[in-house]
Design a protein around this ligand. Structure first.
Ligand SMILES: *Cc1c(COP(=O)(O)O)cnc(C)c1O
Length: 410
């Protein structure tokens, strides 16, 4: 049978392996520990000689079912699930890199990732931030000790689109781990494996869960990186199949030792949410384009950042790479309009820091999520004080348009 499309694949993923009673959802398994009648079997599980569960921080059947779904979505080799997107990024990098290693990262980053990378510097991991919309800047920053390149697909909040394909070619040539944050696009709009990503992180809290009712994160190994050429794999994890080395080390050193395991109840929320990812994100992107066009035409709006607008610096790249242009947009209001007053005058849009929720959310970024980094770094990221970021949801388009029109004044 022909390979199934996104939604058909995800909807039926839990039925693989004929689960008990013919259940259509993987059950929520809450047991932390697993008992064995033969103690030798328990030892074999510990020694990776037998498949099985030992302790909930490392494995759980409900979590495994979610990991399988994410792997299918990303068309990867295997995934590890974490308690949040930040746990996924932090635990993965700390499990793979050592003091003295160097990362080249996009300068346009989710605020907490930026903060995390600054923490890594104090642990002896060097970071160079570059404008990743041009591969030449990434290439110029590479040093003999560079191990990893980190980019987001569409960056927060100015919506720059990284030079994703060319950076993939560069990382392949230079044998660098190419770590792509796919949160803003989700595997529905973009498959990082197509641009030769080695590892993909998704914040499951955002579009994949979609309902704003559970935190979660995932790391997927695409199978493209040759771990046998990587210096930092511990001997313990060098089993027969070198394709498994990276994900094994992330699971053991990252998830097991740092311990940011997702609760099975949260995995169930995320899994149910992901059933409708494709339907939701298409609708949200359509709404976002309409709002971006409305704001772009409006005299009270100085600037709109949205990859779907032809004037966006990476519009053509976004068109080529992504199925839709995403559901995040940022606007700068004219100088005489206060961004707080404007947000307060919107009725449907909630002032809130999340993104990728079904509900439309707005936030004054310089005063909130990008406050801690200070004015200098904000300027380097192109974030003025008046900027408002919107995560457009799945409300009815007419109602969103009406709300922006009443708040801006027609
Ligand atoms: C939200 C977000 C994260 C972090 O995810 P959490 O689940 O909130 O920890 C990482 N990267 C991007 C691009 C995000 O939007």
């Amino acid at each position: 049978m022909k390979k199934k499309q996104f939604t058909s694949t995800i909807l039926h993923a839990d039925r693989e392996g004929r689960p008990e009673h013919g259940v259509l959802h993987k059950p929520i398994h809450t047991s932390v520990a697993y008992g064995y009648e033969d103690a030798r079997e328990l030892a074999e599980v510990f020694q990776n000689k037998r498949q099985g569960y030992a302790y909930g921080r490392q494995n759980n059947p409900t979590i495994d079912a979610l990991a399988n779904k994410i792997t299918l979505m990303e068309q990867g080799l295997a995934s590890v699930i974490f308690a949040s997107g930040m746990a996924a990024i932090g635990s993965t990098i700390l499990s793979l890199l050592r003091s003295g290693d160097h990362i080249v990262s996009s300068a346009f980053l989710f605020g907490n990732t930026n903060s995390l990378f600054n923490t890594l510097t104090s642990l002896g991991i060097e970071i160079t931030f570059v404008d990743a919309t041009d591969v030449a800047n990434v290439e110029a920053a590479i040093r003999p000790n560079t191990k990893l390149v980190f980019v987001e697909t569409i960056a927060n909040p100015v919506t720059q689109v990284a030079d994703l394909s060319a950076i993939g070619d560069l990382c392949e040539k230079q044998k660098l781990i190419y770590f792509v944050d796919n949160t803003m696009t989700s595997p529905c709009l973009f498959l990082p494996v197509d641009v030769k990503a080695s590892l993909i992180i998704n914040s499951l809290t955002k579009y994949i869960g979609g309902h704003g009712n559970a935190l979660g994160g995932s790391v997927t190994d695409t199978g493209l990186y040759d771990w046998s050429s990587f210096d930092n794999i511990y001997d313990n994890y060098k089993n027969k199949d070198s394709a498994q080395w990276g994900i094994t080390q992330i699971r053991k050193k990252g998830l097991r030792d740092f311990g940011a395991a997702l609760a099975p109840e949260a995995a169930h929320h995320i899994s149910v949410g992901s059933d409708t990812l494709n339907l939701r994100i298409r609708h949200a992107c359509e709404n976002a384009l309409a709002i971006a066009e409305l704001c772009d035409q409006h005299p009270k709006v100085k600037k709109v950042s949205y990859p779907g607008l032809p004037a966006h610096p990476q519009h053509d790249r976004a068109r080529e790479l992504f199925k839709h242009f995403g559901a995040i947009l940022s606007i700068e209001l004219e100088d005489n309009i206060d961004c707080f007053d404007f947000l307060n005058s919107l009725e449907l849009i909630v002032s809130s820091s999340n993104l990728g929720d079904n509900r439309s959310l707005g936030i004054p970024v310089a005063h909130t999520i990008y406050f801690e980094m200070g004015p200098e770094r904000r300027t380097s990221m192109g974030i003025p004080d008046s900027m408002v970021r919107f995560s457009i949801g799945i409300e009815d388009k007419e109602d969103l348009i009406a709300d922006f029109n009443q708040a801006l004044g027609t």
